[in-house]
Design a binder for this molecule. Sequence first.
Ligand SMILES: Nc1ncnc2c1ncn2[C@@H]1O[C@H](COP(=O)(O)OP(=O)(O)OP(=O)(O)O)[C@@H](O)[C@H]1O
Ligand SMILES: [Mg+2]
Length: 327
Amino acid sequence: MTEATTTKTLKALEISGLSHSFKNHKALNNVNFSVPAKSIHGFVGPNGAGKTTTLKAIATLLKPQHGTVKVFGTNVVTDYKEVRTKIGFMPDHFSMYRQMSVFEYLDFFAAAYGLNLKERDQVIGDVLALTDMEGRKDDLIKGLSRGMQQRVSLARVLVHDPDLLLLDEPASGLDPRARIELMEILQELRDMGKTIFISSHILSELADLCDSVTILDRGTVKYTGDMKGLLTQGNEDDQHVFRLTQTSYSSSFMQALKETEGVIDIETNEEIHHTVYKITFSKDKCSTNQILKLAIESEVEVLEFKEDLKHLNEAFMNLTEAGVREK
Ligand SMILES: Nc1ncnc2c1ncn2[C@@H]1O[C@H](COP(=O)(O)OP(=O)(O)OP(=O)(O)O)[C@@H](O)[C@H]1O
Ligand SMILES: [Mg+2]
């Protein structure tokens, strides 16, 4: 096997047969999934699904009762010290030393990881640049907004240069702008070669960010795989649903759609400044290029054309609802 192949197939995380109960409540029930290295993996589920319990098991903070967890091939129970050097865990609720400045806070953790003064200066500069917090390094933590505290917290988990980041709902409580900025930082980290494992309640929030996703409900994996597979899961196998936005309604486009072989359903929604068409069509008989061509030919400006995101939410609801019904 070439080195390139090895890197490509290397798993950052492998979870097999993971089960854990609190008293007689089964929080995790035979959880199996894996995460390829250098990718972003979303871990999505409703409240109480078992996300934090799984994250704690990976982060060596909870000893699983059954099953194995491996981080870059290293067992989290038998070789927990080695695993700890490879991971950076950002919990959902974190308390910070509020009287410290951002620099002091990061310096404290860098020292705890055994970095000397010179290394600490270098690394703190790097993580502050990455999280765009250079200008705030002398500010007291207590004076920072939640979004900025999240960034400092992210900077903290980066000081020992871990390969796998474990982020438990890092976007919760952030305004839309701060969320987008956080997602951009995470993409940058992935491009640097880190693996990011990020949990959330909201699938659509992670859809654009993640390479793959695992959906957990009541301690059971409902889906694991790439986003594309999730989108098409539960769909009619042979159908696509796309959303096309134009600046206004076009009757000629509508007519052309109706006359196109393979178009199964068209829903329109006319807003003040644009019109959205939700188009369901057969994968075999029709193509996205064909639909887009018709829209362009209609001479009404196309603003957007993409796979229907609502479908993602529907997929999530269907998967997690199934868990409720089973009980
Ligand atoms: N220390 C504990 N003692 C008892 N029960 C626990 C403990 N930790 C978790 N649980 C239970 O295990 C289940 C899974 O909890 P967990 O915190 O892992 O879910 P979660 O998916 O992170 O939920 P949330 O989205 O609310 O953060 C829940 O029913 C929870 O009440
Ligand atoms: Mg949780």
